[in-house]
Write a protein that binds this ligand. Structure first.
Ligand SMILES: CC(C)(COP(=O)(O)OP(=O)(O)OC[C@H]1O[C@@H](n2cnc3c(N)ncnc32)[C@H](O)[C@@H]1OP(=O)(O)O)[C@@H](O)C(=O)NCCC(=O)NCCS
Length: 155
């Protein structure tokens, strides 16, 4: 696991994973933005300076995971994160969030925000394991009626 080093990535580098995620419908759009699935979101934000993509490549240099960050003044928001289907359950998702925490801690960031949806036990498990606390649950917030669960970590 120590061989996985988090590094900045371009949208082109993570394109195959975003396509995989889109195909699996792994990301639920919110009720307010039902057309905003992962691909259009990533395409739109990849042009913004405050949006960053990081990820891991494996020994064969294949991109196997990515995580996105919205940089605010003194805090950050974790956006879509993804581990390719074949590599799940190996702690890569956990390591990716831990590596983001370390990276931004050294830059003086004091607070990290993120959100997911109620049925997403995997991402909630990752955030809980990384020390995030639930700060709000917005009921019936997703296209399928699921809730949005908001998390915060003070570092
Ligand atoms: C969410 C995701 C990134 C997790 O990545 P992962 O590498 O499979 O997760 P990890 O192996 O690091 O798991 C860390 C912890 O998360 C929890 N977890 C992971 N997968 C889980 C699952 N399927 N069900 C319940 N809890 C799960 C567990 O607490 C786990 O710790 P444990 O193994 O000690 O019990 C991955 O499942 C994924 O890409 N899902 C599709 C996209 C998505 O949902 N992204 C998040 C949207 S906000």
């Amino acid at each position: 696991m120590k061989d996985y080093i988090l590094r900045p990535m371009t949208l082109e580098e993570v394109n195959d994973l975003v396509t995989e995620a889109e195909g699996l419908k792994d990301f639920l759009p919110s009720r307010a933005k039902p057309d905003k699935t992962i691909m259009p979101l990533m395409t739109k934000f990849s042009k913004k300076d405050y949006f960053k993509i990081y990820g891991y490549v494996n020994a064969e240099q294949k991109v196997v995971a990515f995580i996105t960050i919205f940089e605010e003044n003194g805090s950050i928001d974790i956006g879509p994160m993804y581990v390719c289907k074949d590599n799940r359950g190996m702690k890569l998702g956990f390591k990716q969030v831990e590596d983001v925490i370390e990276r931004y801690k050294t830059r003086g960031v004091k607070e990290i925000l993120t959100q997911t949806w109620g049925e997403n036990q995997a991402s909630q498990g990752v955030f809980a394991k990384c020390g995030f606390k639930i700060v709000e649950i917005v009921e019936n917030d997703r296209v399928n009626g699921d809730s949005t669960v908001k998390f915060k970590l003070e570092i």
